[in-house]
Design a protein around this ligand. Sequence first.
Ligand SMILES: Cc1ncc(COP(=O)(O)O)c(C=O)c1O
Length: 333
Amino acid sequence: MDLARFPRRRYSEGPTPIQRMDRFAEAVKRDGPAIFLKRDDQLGLTGGGNKARKLEFLVADALSRGADTLITCGGVQSNHCRLTLAATVKEGLKCRLILAESAPGAYRPDGGGNVLLYHLLGAEKIITVPWGTDLQAALDQASEQAKTEGRRPCVIPLGGSNPVGALGYIDAAQELLIQAKDMGLTFHHIVLPVGSVGTLAGLVLGLRANGSRVPVIGASVLNRREKAEAIAWELVRTTETFLSIEPCVTRDDIFCPDDYLGEGYTIPTEGMIEAVRLLARTEGILLDPTYTGKAMACLMDMVRKGRFMKGENVLFLHTGGAPGLYARPEIFR
Ligand SMILES: Cc1ncc(COP(=O)(O)O)c(C=O)c1O
């Protein structure tokens, strides 16, 4: 699919590598499948991660509409907020963040991880709201406020998950299909974390639109399965409409197991801790505690239960997030 008609900024150099993880695969299960990582943790902007792809289209869209201030939202340790802020720094724009606190006082200005980076990168304003707040309403309100100050604000939704943001992962799907062909590889399964669903929706749409039927497993780390799948399906349909293409994704293509979410978003699980430790100690690669750690726990469990087998190639999309490790070091001690 030709995405050249959409405005785009460039925040990364070339395709991210696809690397084979033999030591890790052997440690997960002897005689299991081959495991590969697509290193989207090595994308551009501050610290990389999946949002760097979405923001190439989202920020270009905002610039084309004359924005001078971007406003977005996330949890207290939001990779999306960090990367949106980094993009505004690069573009010479201002950035305001709305952070939803899981408990009163969860946001501390002297916090580590992404919170440290919000300050280092120079967020213009940080507004905290209680968990469960209608974030779209809070974004709209902050936008109205900015207008009264003479700004030209543009709101970027939670996780950058709208049809414009999804373009980043349609592009990533096309990139990985070309890489697989060049490497002479067939991937039998793809596993990734799912939060606000834009990465999954774009990826599945990009794969199917290019004729690939590879099953995609989106381990949900935010919502229960039913909700995650419903919003992903909705975003796929609105993105197909936005692109004016014939529907190419079926409802069965959207699979978001929530078995690895544990007690809830950001709450650690044993599987996550094992996954983060194992990849660090076998390959020297960092996952994060909120997204990729739980999604890797999903992959490991599926390998051990025989869902992925010897002779198959499993691709894990490493969506970044490592600054989250430094926010809560006690989890890993
Ligand atoms: C590191 C990381 N991985 C995965 C995700 C989930 O991506 P999406 O919100 O597109 O589902 C996020 C979202 O913030 C993230 O920060």
